[in-house]
Design a protein around this ligand. Structure first.
Ligand code: NAP
Length: 275
């Protein structure tokens, strides 16, 4: 049976094996997809061992996406822009191909939800690995992005990484608070910080939220995330967590490995229904 796995630390709560097994069942593919816990300094050893022993493909999650990028011999264009790899495939010539499906997965989910169009003005909160990974497909789609982050220098670094492309800029948090008359309007606010993991919310002015603004949290939990709850309390009506992105990015990984695109809508509905 073909071997696949997700590598991370922590990894216990990863939904990837469930999602990939649903895809496999749906498409009639026989595969074995497991979770592999990786001690912090052991990524290269673990991933190499996996592929040496018959592994065909791997998903990489926090905190190893940058190491995965360095590990691969061939990098797709979207992974190059992201600077991180979340999907690896071993090629017929035994090379490691690295891809990043997070950004395209998010864009697909935002399109499914009708949260985005090519003129959307996006406020992206956060400047970590996930934020960097989603910027390129959103800009390519036509959107304008303003990055804000707790540590301003990290937001600046991201804008510089994209060579100061016109469609992306960053603001200091205090400047966002000064804009209380709402001269800058955002159609979509994306929380790409990890603040929800610890039950916190990023520091942004509530005046930028209203019933017409789409609010999206990359984080996913069985309960509503703290950020989305805060958005609702300040008048938001159109909200979503990151479960759709998680399923869509998994589908693009599945496609890279098997050449078949699973039907994600059925699985997203299943998750929303039972959780
Ligand atoms: N749905 C999906 O498929 C999917 C995929 C990937 C990631 N994610 C989610 O995306 C989130 C970010 O992941 P990541 O890999 O980018 O993490 P990361 O690289 O560790 O970056 C964390 C970011 O969050 C900010 N931050 C952390 N705690 C904060 C707080 N209390 N208040 C304000 N900002 C805070 C950090 O700001 P500083 O720069 O100031 O430290 C940084 O910008 C996580 O919740 C992860 O679960 C979801």
């Amino acid at each position: 049976m073909k071997l696949f796995a997700v590598f991370g630390n922590p990894i216990k709560h990863s939904q990837s094996p469930i999602i990939h097994n649903l895809f496999a069942k749906q498409t009639g593919i026989l595969q074995n997809y497991t979770k592999i816990y990786v001690p912090i300094n052991n990524f290269y050893e673990k991933i190499f061992y996996f592929f040496k022993n018959g592994g065909i493909g791997a998903n990489i999650t926090t905190p190893f996406k940058k190491e995965a990028y360095k590990f691969c011999n061939i990098i797709t264009t979207r992974a190059k822009y992201a600077g991180v790899v979340n999907t690896i495939k071993i090629t017929n010539s035994k090379k490691f191909l690295g891809d990043n499906t997070d950004g395209i997965g998010l864009l697909k989910d935002l399109q499914n939800l009708k949260f985005i169009n090519s003129t959307s003005n996006i406020l992206l909160i956060g400047a970590g690995g996930a934020a960097q990974g989603i910027i390129y497909p959103l800009i390519k789609f036509g959107c304008n992005i303003t990055v804000i982050n707790r540590t301003y220098q990290n937001a600046k670094n991201i804008v510089e990484y994209f060579n100061n492309i016109k469609k992306i800029n960053c603001l200091k948090l205090e400047d966002l608070f000064i804009n209380l008359d709402n001269t800058i309007k955002y159609n979509l606010i994306i929380n790409a910080t990890s603040s929800s993991i610890k039950g916190n919310i990023p520091n942004i002015p509530s005046s930028i939220i209203n019933q017409d603004v789409f609010c999206y949290d990359l984080f996913y939990n069985i309960k509503i995330t703290p950020f989305l709850k805060w958005c609702i309390n300040h008048g938001a009506k159109k909200i979503s967590d990151g479960i759709g992105m998680l399923i869509e990015q998994a589908a693009y990984s599945f496609y890279l490995w098997h050449g078949i695109m699973p039907n994600t809508k059925i699985i997203i509905q299943k998750y929303k229904k039972y959780n």
